[in-house]
Each structure stands twice: as structure tokens, then as C-alpha cells.
Design a protein around this ligand. Structure first.
Ligand SMILES: Nc1ncnc2c1ncn2[C@@H]1O[C@H](COP(=O)(O)OP(=O)(O)OP(=O)(O)O)[C@@H](O)[C@H]1O
Ligand SMILES: [Mg+2]
Length: 223
């Protein structure tokens, strides 16, 4: 059975895809068969080949194993809105069991499966279920991406608390400096190092090519 990681973040747009791809590259560089998964994508272009989502494309490009699209991305919606709203708008609903079966399909063909959540950790997926329930169902260690900007301390600590409250392991976290103008950025990272009791896997500078960053994957105890 594969090792899996669930990538969450303090918000949407904080660098989950960047980190998920870096993780895939890091394990691939160590000779592992790796595949990315985006269970729920909201925001896609309608093309002659169907819906095309940027995160799914990036994860597939960073994978060295292929699998059918319905396993890599069981739910894809055109509207770039909250997943449960996008599903309703598309006349359907998100079923966690279908996602768990897709994950099992990927775990059968790869040694490492990196799952990128939608939005933040508790984003609603239906009227009763949310991203935390999905992470819990998959039972994977969680990696939290903190988008370093004003307000992120509260968001990061709440997210870490929610991960643990759901009985999940916070395997590590990443400080991603998405705001180049952030005041006291180093002190903010230090404040989180003191309070998040999990390894800091990377401190990513604001850079034009964030996809080239390296992660300290040895801290994940996989290798
Ligand atoms: N360290 C960085 N420096 C500069 N730009 C960054 C950095 N990290 C991420 N970005 C950019 O910020 C944007 C959001 O990053 P990304 O798509 O990885 O976020 P996300 O959390 O996956 O978003 P979503 O919730 O939409 O899935 C992207 O355009 C990405 O290239
Ligand atoms: Mg993303």
C-alpha cells in the first residue's frame, strides 16, 4: 500500500499546489513512483476534451505514474466557487466514498500519493461534510501550507488545531512567503515554529518560480 499525504492550507491560493508538486518531485527524485490527486477541483476551463483544471494539470505533470482522470480528479466543476456550491450548480453532489475508492485506485499503482485538498481545511463539500471529513476518511498524515501574510498566525493555529481535533497527524508544515511586503515576516515564521509542534518542511521565499522549491522530505520519516 502506498504512503499518502494530504496537503491542506490556511486558505485558498496559499501554495498548496506548489507544495504538492514539490513533494511529488522530491519523492520522484528518490526513485519513488508518485502520483498527485485533486479530489475536488472548482474552477475549470471547458475545452473540447472536457473540463481542464490548472491544479490537476500541474499535479499530473509532477507525477511519474499515470491513472485515469476519474481517479486523479473525481470531481471537477467549471465554477470557481466553494465546492459544495459548485456541485449544486452542476446538479450533483460530492460523495466522499467515491473519493476514497479513487484514492485506493491510485494507491494501488503508486508508492506515494499526494492529495491536494480544496481551499482551507474545513471547506464545505456538501451540506454535512467538509474537507476535514475527507482527510479523516482517507486517514492520511496532513501537511499544512501557511500563506505568510497578516492574519496567518490565527489561521495557521486554528488549522493545526482542527487537524489534530479530527484525530489526524500533522506531519509537517510549510511557511510560504506569498506576500513579499509582509512586515515582520521572519518573526511571524518564528512565532509559528514555537507554536506548531510539527516539523517545518520548507520556508519558501517569494519567488517568480515557486515550483522549483525544495522540501525537507527526510523530516517526514518516509525515506
Ligand atoms: N512563494 C511564492 N512566491 C511567489 N508566488 C507564489 C509562491 N507560492 C505560490 N505562489 C503563487 O501563488 C498562486 C497560488 O499558489 P497555489 O496555486 O499553489 O495555491 P493553492 O493553495 O494551491 O490554491 P487553490 O486553493 O486555488 O488550490 C500561484 O500563482 C503560485 O504560483
Ligand atoms: Mg491548488
Amino acid at each position: 500500500m502506498a504512503t499518502g499525504y494530504f496537503i491542506t492550507g490556511t486558505d485558498t491560493g496559499v501554495g498548496k499546489t506548489v507544495v504538492a508538486c514539490a513533494l511529488l518531485h522530491a519523492f520522484a527524485a528518490r526513485g519513488r513512483r508518485v502520483i498527485g490527486m485533486k479530489p475536488v477541483a472548482a474552477g475549470a476551463l471547458r475545452t473540447e476534451h472536457g473540463l481542464l483544471n490548472d491544479d490537476v494539470a500541474a499535479l499530473c505533470a509532477a507525477s511519474n505514474v499515470t491513472a485515469p482522470p476519474e481517479l486523479v480528479n473525481p470531481y471537477c466543476f467549471e465554477a470557481a466557487i466553494a465546492p459544495h456550491l459548485a456541485a449544486t450548480q452542476a446538479g450533483t453532489g460530492i460523495e466522499l466514498g467515491r473519493i476514497a475508492r479513487a484514492y485506493a485506485g491510485l494507491a494501488a499503482v503508486a508508492e506515494v500519493v499526494v492529495v491536494e485538498g480544496a481551499g482551507g481545511f474545513c471547506v464545505p463539500l456538501s451540506s454535512i461534510e467538509n474537507g476535514a471529513h475527507l482527510a479523516r476518511l482517507l486517514g492520511l498524515p496532513v501537511i499544512m501550507v501557511v500563506g505568510m501574510r497578516l492574519g496567518c498566525l490565527n489561521h495557521a493555529l486554528l488549522t493545526a488545531q482542527a487537524i489534530r481535533a479530527h484525530g489526524l497527524v500533522l506531519a509537517g508544515w510549510v511557511a510560504n512567503r506569498i506576500d513579499p511586503g509582509m512586515t515582520a515576516a521572519d518573526e511571524n515564521v518564528a512565532a509559528l515554529v514555537e507554536r506548531i509542534h510539527a516539523p517545518l518542511l520548507a520556508d519558501i521565499a517569494h519567488t517568480p518560480q515557486p515550483q522549483r522549491i525544495a522540501l525537507q522530505v527526510q523530516a517526514l520519516d518516509l525515506l
